[in-house]
Design a protein around this ligand. Sequence first.
Ligand code: ATP
Ligand code: MG
Length: 299
Amino acid sequence: MSEQQRLRIAIQKSGRLSKDSQLMFKNCGMKVNLREQRLIAHCENMPIDILRVRDDDIPGLIMDGVVDVGIVGENVLEEETLLRQSQQENTEFKMLTRLDFGGCRLSLAVPEDFEFKGPRSLANLRIATTYPGLLKRYMDTQGIDYTNIMLTGSVEVAPRAGLADAICDLVSTGATLEANGLKEVEVIYRSKATLIQSSNPLSASNQALLDKLLLRIQGIIQAKESKYIMLHAPKAKLEEVIELMPGSERPTLLPLAGRDDLVAVHMVSTENLFWETMEALKALGASSILVMPIEKMME
Ligand code: ATP
Ligand code: MG
């Protein structure tokens, strides 16, 4: 098969989204040799090429139709969209699914001793960021003027270095801010990794392949969020037991050898079973309660 006919998927080469993206494809059954330090990795068992690039390049590659599918943080996607809109460039893409990794927030942060009384405290100050579009949109909605200081890295050291009065940066735990004597004062955007597709039509075979992958990806996400629950319940209390079990599915009931008074209840739950619910089930006479992870799911 020629290079052009293979489905092209762009992922971050090295960074916070790389490992999870690779693991997701592995769990989808794709065999990819990523050990080599090459831009393009070929999938061995499906007609797919993986392009490994900087995350900032992924939205543009998708919007320009250079690659078919990409995994990128919504923050980077939204920033690129705002930039392209301001330059009257094409911003089209299809959102396939939000993924369950890469969670972070874009926040305003100020030095610990800064007296912050709301975004207005930042009026006419210098704010350093890698996301000028998202910051501007937020400050515009608040009607606040400020000076943008564009930095592509080390944003968190800008106040200490005297380059800015505040920053607007990505946060997940807050440890980096704390280590730099900063405090988070306002969340302006919440982000997760997302799977996007170019709006250029795919060949029928590539579209079928992508549809299959998407179902597998959704199956993996759903499986991670679900649990398989098993327990033994007294027949007399069955309806009450079922009522307590989370999730919408009706359970499977199985007889227990030598016990006419008990029945085994099995069910897939879309939620976790909390200790409180387990205790309530036990109080109803349920026993041998097991909550197990599910690896894959297909409905
Ligand atoms: P590249 O070299 O590919 O440009 P980068 O340094 O811009 O990498 P990373 O720091 O690897 O990017 O972050 C990639 C994405 O991971 C972010 O755009 C964001 O969507 C997500 N992310 C999740 N948690 C965090 C975090 N704590 N800090 C920064 N990004 C995070
Ligand atoms: Mg980047």
